[in-house]
Design a protein around this ligand. Sequence first.
Ligand code: PAF
Length: 284
Amino acid sequence: MTIVEDIQAMREIIQDWKHRNSSIGFVPTMGFLHEGHASLIRKARKQNDKVVVSIFVNPTQFGPNEDFENYPRNMENDTQQCDKEEVDLIFAPCTKEMYPDPTYAFVDINQLGNSLCGATRPGHFRGVCTVVNKLFNIVMPDRAYFGEKDAQQLVIIQQMVHDLSIPVQIVPCPIVREKDGLAMSSRNSTLSPQERTAARVLSKSLELANNLMMQGETSASVIRSQMKEKIQLEPLATVEYIEIVDAQTLTPLENVKGDVLIALAVKIGNTRLIDNYRTHLEAI
Ligand code: PAF
């Protein structure tokens, strides 16, 4: 496995692979890899001749008061994980390599990026789109793998690829959960043991929403308020948002029907966690 830190060296390797007609699968990450990332890598491994994983904690997607500095990092463990999953190349640039001064051009996504996570994280998806676009231009993958846990990110990347005619196939990958239902995330590592127990409330509230829908409840506001009540019973949890939206357009729904995405962000102590549940409901 090769580890590459600079863009020029990447270009030479990618050009060589392209000359040999090797297909390239790409898993963009911010490192601190877990089973969720491993599932993306395994899918990429099955579907492509070459697999590239990028490890880059992207400063432009963090707000001024967010956890960029404290975002968990462990390059040694990430390298071992990638080696185990038979990754061909890790691209691990430094910030200067990705954002040499001065940088003027960004990729923006307008209203898709203003709701849900974007409402409390202004500029977040501009940062995500910009870095993913840059990474696509460097890695030139045939397929790129994104987790469904970041549901809004996935919709936005699919839209960006469509709107900007980027020649890459986006492959969505299902959420990987711990045994007790908590969605895997690098941020879980920052939870104390009590917070880790409290964090179960995210998936439990989604289970509650699913049960309500199975019992025939169609009102989004009823489902949201019951979810909120459940989360508020957990003293360490603070709801940032609970939204029930159309899974493609991310517009809020009054009644659950069609492709429904229930998404939430909850702070457990100081750690912000997200989770979601996607379903298709026929109109009654
Ligand atoms: O999902 C992530 O880890 C990041 O948002 C991504 C796609 C690697 C861009 O920095």
